[in-house]
Ligand binder design. Structure first.
Ligand code: ZN
Ligand code: ZN
Length: 268
């Protein structure tokens, strides 16, 4: 039984940062770790990501890939520091150099190259970094994990991706930032249909009428369209209380609702 249960696993999610762009003692900026066997994938890399990895004793040199949802700084602010950290750790620990794959939406490569040029004028680090762009509907494999992308509405200026990570017919979908334009949710709804876990940007305060993000009730509406088995509310501001978040999301979604907390672990 034990081995059966083990083989049915879709991997493990650790919520590194469940907060918004500013840090609180409880919530770090967006960053999520998905692990399956020896494969370690980071979804977003906001401020505090490395501190949280250190707390759970995951070495930066063990990461295989980082998936960036979009170019707002709360989602990629620590990416270049992470690259420097891997470079320095490789030297200090004489670690075996491992390729790091960094994935983002359309135009990501161009933006990454600009950041790299400013922050690494000496052209190091020289370990192998592969930069990929995942356009709407495309996918990539990292170890046994399959990662697919769907474009989501968030900015008028640049593209934003949601990602679906799957293994053993189990999946978790992370929306990144998304706004309330349901007529543009189609690709996400299709990709995420009946996923095991749906983790959604819920950072719009309940009392705000307009905004670039979703309120918990709208998150529930999205989760209902997707028929998600479990809904994780994340990217949380301290302006919304946990009980209110849960109650609002349940107005429009009848499945299981989880309010994200930093360092929470979920077996997918
Ligand atoms: Zn954003
Ligand atoms: Zn954000």
């Amino acid at each position: 039984m034990l081995s059966e249960a083990k083989s049915a696993s879709g991997g493990k999610l650790t919520i590194l940062g469940s907060g918004v762009a500013y840090l609180t003692p409880e919530r770090s900026c967006p960053a999520y770790l998905v692990e399956e066997g020896n494969t370690k994938v980071l979804l977003d890399c906001g401020a505090g990501a490395m501190t949280q990895l250190a707390k759970i004793k995951v070495k930066v040199t063990d990461l295989d890939a980082v998936f960036i949802t979009h170019q707002h700084a709360d989602h990629l602010g620590e990416l270049l520091s992470l690259i420097l950290a891997i470079y320095v750790a490789n030297i200090y620990y004489k670690a075996e150099e491992k390729k790091l794959t960094i994935v983002g939406p359309e135009k990501f490569k161009e933006n990454y190259n600009k950041l790299f040029e400013v922050l690494f004028p000496e052209k190091n680090p020289n370990f192998q970094i592969e930069i990929l762009e995942l356009v709407n509907g495309s996918s990539v494999k990292v170890g046994h994990l399959k990662v697919e992308s769907a474009q989501v509405p968030h900015s008028q200026i640049f593209k934003a991706n949601a990602y679906k990570v799957s293994h053993n017919n189990r999946s978790i979908v992370y929306t990144g930032d998304i706004d309330n334009r349901p007529n543009e949710w189609g690709d996400l709804v299709k990709m995420a249909q009946k996923c095991n876990y749906l983790m959604v940007d819920t950072c719009r305060p309940i009392v705000w009428e307009q905004g670039y993000h979703l309120q918990p009730k709208q998150v529930g509406e999205l989760a209902s369209k997707i028929e998600a088995k479990n809904l994780i509310l994340t990217h949380l501001t301290d302006l919304n209380k946990e009980g209110e978040l849960m109650a609002e999301a349940k107005k429009s979604f009848s499945g299981n609702v989880i309010v994200a907390k930093d360092l929470m672990e979920i077996n997918i």
